[in-house]
Design a protein around this ligand. Structure first.
Ligand SMILES: *Cc1c(COP(=O)(O)O)cnc(C)c1O
Length: 237
């Protein structure tokens, strides 16, 4: 059941979205970046379609989702809003690749060849190629998804050679830390991977890093897309 939203909630989302844009503007200014080179992905996982619509009505178009079935339900509900750009950012199981390939514009969490192959094979031919970011396990956590930095070159080549996929860049979720120096170090490592990859694939343009807790460090290190959930849509239960 979709919780009933008051007008007040719509206003809250509008204000929080504005604050998120302002935060990006301040950070880009501080680190001598162009404000328009950092895209805001509004992460709407666990939140109802009405929340997405509240942000949409403010002009926002890019949304991130992490759970396939929940996302497909919302994409279906919002099918009339055909200019929404849907990004899949969650872990991908093999048995969910068809739903991802059929419903999303971007996938940011490709971390192994098997998944890339299935997405390529299952992308409907009437749709534009699926835009792909490879997720990198930049802080080398055992439990984390993401490809090992040593395996990145081979996976990038595989994605680049897949006709129904377009390699656009990299994504990472570094290990949680409140130490800004450590945050920056992880982000700079990802940036270095990105720069190496870009030397080989000059068309790649997207470095997805930074979340509610570490937007500034990510922008300092060259992020072109920050993914913000909690600060826009509120705490997830
Ligand atoms: C949930 C999620 C986010 C947003 O996190 P917040 O802390 O709510 O801003 C960003 N990226 C990914 C991959 C996520 O799963």
């Amino acid at each position: 059941m979709t919780p009933q939203l008051t007008d007040n909630y719509m206003v809250t989302i509008a204000e929080r979205l504005k604050s998120a844009y302002a935060r990006i503007a301040i950070a880009t200014k501080k680190y001598h970046r162009n404000e328009h080179d950092v895209c805001l992905l509004a992460v709407s996982k666990t939140k109802p379609a009405d929340f997405i619509l509240a942000a949409y009505q403010q002009g926002h178009r890019e949304f991130g989702e992490s759970y396939v079935q929940e996302a497909v339900d919302k994409i279906t509900q919002l099918a009339n809003y055909s200019d929404i750009v849907w990004h899949f950012i969650g872990p991908i199981q093999s048995n969910k690749t068809a739903a991802v390939a059929e419903n999303f514009d971007w996938v940011q969490s490709v971390d192994r060849e098997k998944i890339a192959k299935r997405l390529n094979d299952q992308r409907p031919i009437n749709k534009a190629p699926l835009k792909v970011l490879i997720q990198v396990n930049i802080s080398l956590e055992d439990s984390k998804s993401g490809c090992h930095p040593d395996d990145l070159a081979a996976l990038a080549q595989f994605v680049n050679d897949s006709p129904n996929l377009v390699l656009r860049g990299l994504m990472a979720i570094p290990a949680k830390t409140d130490d800004p120096q450590q945050q920056i170090q992880y982000f700079e490592q990802l940036r270095a991977c990105f720069d190496r990859l870009k030397a080989q694939y000059p068309h790649i343009d997207t470095l997805s890093m930074g979340m509610s807790g570490d937007v500034e460090a990510a922008i300092a290190a060259g992020s072109t897309m920050v993914r913000i959930g909690t600060d826009i849509f509120g705490q997830r239960s």
